[in-house]
Design a protein around this ligand. Structure first.
Ligand SMILES: [Zn+2]
Length: 238
């Protein structure tokens, strides 16, 4: 085995590092998370609209309830004056009677309005409950996806660390001169094409046929002396 074989190893390790970096940026869970977050925003918006509507309706209801309470107090007071025995004239009694009737009439109008308000509130309240539940479900799904992302990322990180270790080992075996040559080539040519294994008379990086005279020259070099593909410049491993 050629001393240059370690170059192929380095290139493979770097390819794995790029793949791992790519995987951590493109987890399918990211899209699921974004969809759930969009769903949640939509639910929040609907919830806000419904809450505004409900708050107006509920306020109208409680205003009427408060007014009814006041009316009931007034009616009770007038009734006790009327039947309390301290009524002096029939005219006052008739006036009081009239007041009680008009208070009761107002009360009955308010009660009808409250029933109508409650009927209007009902579908909103049902929707409010539905959205609250949907938001809880959505939050749970978000938490589950975030957990999946965290564990996928820690898996990637674990693998990355082991590849980095392996790369350090390969670099030690390669020696600093060869590593420098490789790194320069990689910067110039990219991750997958910095090194090419000689396959027959073709370069494994560019797949082009290398001229026989060049092949001869390359094959005659000492086994640890690096050479480049005359076509693409990749470090040739023979
Ligand atoms: Zn080549």
């Amino acid at each position: 085995m050629s001393e240059l074989e370690v170059l192929v190893e380095l290139q493979e390790l770097d390819t794995r590092l790029s793949q791992l970096a790519h995987r951590s940026k493109t987890l399918p869970e990211y899209e699921q998370l974004a969809n759930l977050q969009a769903d949640d925003r939509e639910l929040q918006n609907s919830f806000g609209l419904i809450e505004a509507e409900l708050s107006t309706l509920r306020q109208s209801q409680s205003d009427r309830e408060a007014e009814i309470q006041q009316l009931e107090d007034k009616i009770a007071k007038a009734t006790s004056s009327l039947y309390g025995g301290d009524m002096t004239s029939p005219k006052d009694a008739a006036a009081l009677q009239g007041e009680i009737e008009s208070l009761s009439k107002r009360q009955s109008i308010l009660e009808d309005q409250i029933i109508e308000l409650m009927e209007r509130i009902e579908p909103y309240a049902t929707e409010e409950t539905r959205i609250e539940k949907a938001r809880i479900d959505c939050q749970e799904a978000v938490t589950a996806i975030e957990g999946k992302i965290a564990s996928a990322l820690s898996e990637v990180e674990e693998e990355r660390e082991s590849v980095v270790d392996a790369k350090r080992g390969a670099e030690t075996r390669a020696g600093s001169d060869l590593v420098r040559l490789y790194e320069d080539n990689r910067k110039r040519m990219g991750d997958h094409t910095a090194v090419g294994r000689l396959v027959g008379t073709s370069c494994g990086a560019c797949f082009l046929e290398i001229a026989a005279v060049e092949i001869d020259r390359i094959r005659r070099l000492p086994s640890d002396e690096p050479s480049e593909c005359p076509e693409c410049g990749a470090l040739v491993v023979r």
